[in-house]
Design a protein around this ligand. Structure first.
Ligand code: RB5
Length: 144
């Protein structure tokens, strides 16, 4: 159990991107908790959003990355959980601002909409950016 750990999950549409991101992060020395799915068989993205919410709640990870075809379904499902602030990001600017202003704890990517380099840059921006706090803290608190 470590809040430094990063949980990752996807549906079948996001498996390949999940594999790429997992190897990138493990190569950088991060502790990555893989919540599945791990094959091409069709699955339902809410199940993986729920698995992410559980991993964040019980402290197996402090941050997460979710991937589905567009990133839309899995972000809607993840944000049903009050402790999850999942931000669907199209690029590294979105990812940086999602951390600085929204204290997003889950980055969401669309495997069918973001190319690999864009996705990689978003991951690096998300993990490398701190929440700015201040006026943004008040707004984030109003959501929980
Ligand atoms: C799966 O085909 C697809 O619907 C899913 O990955 C996602 O894009 C839903 O929002």
């Amino acid at each position: 159990m470590s809040l430094d750990a990063i949980a990752i999950a996807s549906d079948h549409a996001g498996v390949e991107v999940k594999t790429e991101i997992t190897s990138l992060l493990r190569g950088q020395g991060h502790d990555v908790v893989d919540l599945g799915t791990n094959g091409p068989e069709s699955v339902d993205y809410p199940d993986f959003a729920n698995a992410m919410a559980a991993a964040l709640k019980d402290g197996r990870a402090g941050r997460g990355i979710l991937i589905c075809g567009t990133g839309i379904g899995i972000s809607i499902a993840a944000n049903r959980h009050r402790h999850v602030r999942a931000a669907r990001c199209c690029d590294s600017t979105d990812a940086r601002l999602a951390r600085q202003h929204n204290d997003a704890n889950v980055l969401v990517l669309g495997s069918r909409t973001a190319g690999w380099e864009t996705a990689r840059d978003a991951v690096l921006a998300f993990l490398g950016t701190e929440f700015e706090g201040g006026r943004h803290m008040r707004r984030v608190e109003k959501m929980s």
